[in-house]
Ligand binder design. Structure first.
Ligand SMILES: Nc1ncnc2c1ncn2[C@@H]1O[C@H](COP(=O)(O)OP(=O)(O)OP(=O)(O)O)[C@@H](O)[C@H]1O
Ligand code: SF4
Ligand SMILES: [Mg+2]
Length: 565
């Protein structure tokens, strides 16, 4: 190697090796590591038997220093060799032969060892060791990569083009992580990138593989992919955003030039497989936001601006025909008012069949069979008969379910569900929510769920955006929002939920009403109702303040101290 680090992670017991070298196939001949046995790094292509024999000796229970002594003693080329070894207990031993003139040898500490030659230099070794020691809080693979990057920043390999590898072994015979970069101008930068990719994709995937603890593992691919999408979302990666909304604004033009600013600067992004809850009191702009995304606001009276990115296109720039193609296929919406979307002149069945024929190329016979299945899925009784009925013959709850069936017919990538369960009784409500969950699991759809029911939001959403007077005032992962809300309006909203664990005579409510959306206040829109309002709140719009991972609040007082819902 040019230089390498071997280490044992105290917390997990994993062994890891990171190495950078001039030779190609760095990972193939330099690092040797086995679960529960130990780790060895040797020079590239010089004596691979050090690795294979060394691991055998470690497996037989020999300690690191005895292994080094044994290997060196039986090697006639010992004066030219360099090797470092870690045994199962984390003890380190090393050898640099006297013929390795000006080689830099080893820097070892508790549970780690860095070794390198003159092509790297002593400073590279010291910086690598220093960064490893300083990186105790990092996840183990990141800690090793960070150490190597520090070595690289201190000069790295003077010859330029090299290879690099990172191997981590935990409890299993196979590696937890095996990343190799060959023949690359920036091998460590590339290794760093690969480590990030594997953290986002391989790590969540690996949890589902058969293991000693779970010999069967999880074989449901959709579950695995959903978990990967979630992980990406958690790590804030923009790579997988299915939909990106930036500065969405909707102004309704009314009589005598009156303008209603229904939605202002709404921005969020959503990864596949993630459910976002959109909450806020009546009239705050939830449905208008949804309709603007779907291209369903009346062109004559609604000015819609901003950016709605979906699979790389700005939906706001698409023609009506292109939007019609997307709706019912990759985009679907369950409307707050069932009769808005059900066509009274066609039977329920016709409306589903039309969607399947148009977007999925089904024959009419196939589409009819599928329509009956979908109606059965949403628990419509006697679907064989109901399929031929007109919407007005169905009860409100049944219409709502028919609409869910139409929306789910083509397995949309993005589903916006606007109060999808309001008209339904509790049992049917639970079934509809289950259907949405299974859509997510089956197709990794992203879902925006608009709901007044914070219990439902807590139950099925991953993230929540709280809207007030046309703006998102707080956005957070669901747990953080309910545990530590950071906007006074959210706190008020959560305090309005009836609590089963507390006897309340009257429900806490937020005093006052939404501002008139034709005369938007200059400062914080919530100021007239906010118990914490001060001069700074009314003079200019409050800033967006980051208060945690993927958690922000539009409030001058954020972060709020000691707040607990
Ligand atoms: N077609 C329209 N023309 C003019 N104003 C409209 C129109 N549609 C909605 N608005 C106004 O836009 C604002 C936001 O309404 P929206 O329907 O989005 O509220 P919401 O948050 O969905 O409320 P709810 O919880 O009651 O469904 C309201 O002030 C409403 O009066
Ligand atoms: S900016 Fe001021 S008025 Fe607005 S929510 Fe925060 S504390 Fe209340
Ligand atoms: Mg609404």
């Amino acid at each position: 190697m040019t230089w390498s680090i071997i280490a044992r992670d105290k917390a997990s017991g994993c062994f890891g090796i990171a190495v950078a070298t001039k030779f190609f196939a760095a990972g193939a001949r330099v690092p040797f590591v086995a679960a529960g046995v130990g780790a060895i790094a040797t020079q590239a292509l010089v004596n691979p038997f050090y690795g294979t024999n060394g691991l055998r000796l470690l497996r037989e229970g020999m300690a690191a220093d005895a292994v080094v002594k044994t290997l060196v003693a039986t090697d006639d080329g010992r004066d030219h060799r360099q090797i470092h070894v870690m045994d199962a207990s984390g003890h380190v031993a090393a050898h640099t032969g006297p013929a390795c003139i000006a080689w830099n040898g080893h820097v070892a500490g508790e549970g780690f060892s860095v070794a390198g030659n003159m092509l790297a230099g002593a400073r590279v070794l010291d910086e690598t060791a220093g960064a490893y020691l300083a990186g105790e809080a990092l996840p183990f693979p990141r800690r090793l990569i960070t150490a190597m990057l520090a070595g690289e920043a201190a000069g790295g390999d003077k010859r330029g083009k090299q290879s690099a590898a990172l191997l981590i072994y935990g409890e299993e015979d196979w590696s937890d992580l095996d990343l190799r970069v060959d023949d690359h101008v920036e091998p460590l930068a590339e290794l760093d990138r690969l480590e990030r990719v594997s953290r986002e994709r391989w790590m969540p995937f690996r949890r589902f593989l058969p293991s000693r603890r779970d010999p069967v593992g999880v074989t449901d691919r959709s579950l695995i992919e959903m978990e990967i999408a979630r992980e990406l979302c958690r790590q804030g990666s923009a790579m997988t955003s299915l939909i990106e909304i930036e500065n969405l604004k909707v102004i309704f033009r009314g009589d005598r030039g009156r303008a209603t600013h229904a939605v202002e600067t709404v921005s969020f992004e959503l990864a596949r497989g993630v459910t976002l809850g959109l909450v806020g009191e009546s009239g705050c702009g939830k449905s208008v936001t949804a309709l603007a995304i779907m291209g369903l606001l009346p062109k004559g009276s609604a000015d819609v601006s901003g950016y709605v990115g979906f699979e790389g296109n700005n939906l706001l720039g698409l023609t009506d025909a292109a939007m019609r193609d997307l709706r019912g296929d990759r985009l679907a919406m369950i409307f707050q008012e069932p009769m808005t979307s059900l066509n009274p002149s066609y039977t329920i069945g016709e409306q589903i069949i039309e969607t399947l024929v148009r977007h999925r190329g089904f024959t009419r016979a196939q589409a009819r069979t599928r329509a009956i299945e979908l109606l059965r899925d949403v628990r419509i009784p006697s679907p064989e008969q109901r399929v031929d009925e007109y919407p007005h013959k169905l009860s409100g709850g049944m219409r709502q379910r028919a609409m869910v069936a139409i929306a789910l017919a083509c397995d949309p990538q993005l589903l916006i569900a606007d109060e999808p369960t309001t008209a339904l009784d509790v049992t049917i409500q639970a079934q509809v929510l289950d259907l949405m969950r299974s859509l997510k699991e089956k197709t990794h759809a992203a879902i925006v769920l608009i709901s007044h029911d914070l219990g439902v939001v807590a139950d099925i959403c991953d993230e929540v955006a709280v809207m007030y007077a046309g703006e998102i005032v707080e956005h957070a992962p669901v747990d953080a929002l309910f545990r530590t809300p950071q906007h006074p309006y959210t706190i008020g909203l959560l305090a309005s939920i009836p609590r089963l664990d507390r006897r309340v005579e009257t429900l806490a409510t937020i005093e006052g009403a939404l501002p008139n959306m034709s005369e938007i206040p200059k400062g914080c829109r919530f100021a007239p109702r906010c118990p914490f309002s001060s001069e700074a709140c009314v003079s200019s719009p409050p800033p967006i303040v980051d208060v945690g991972a993927r958690h922000w609040s539009r409030c001058v007082k954020a972060p709020l101290e000691g707040v607990q819902a």
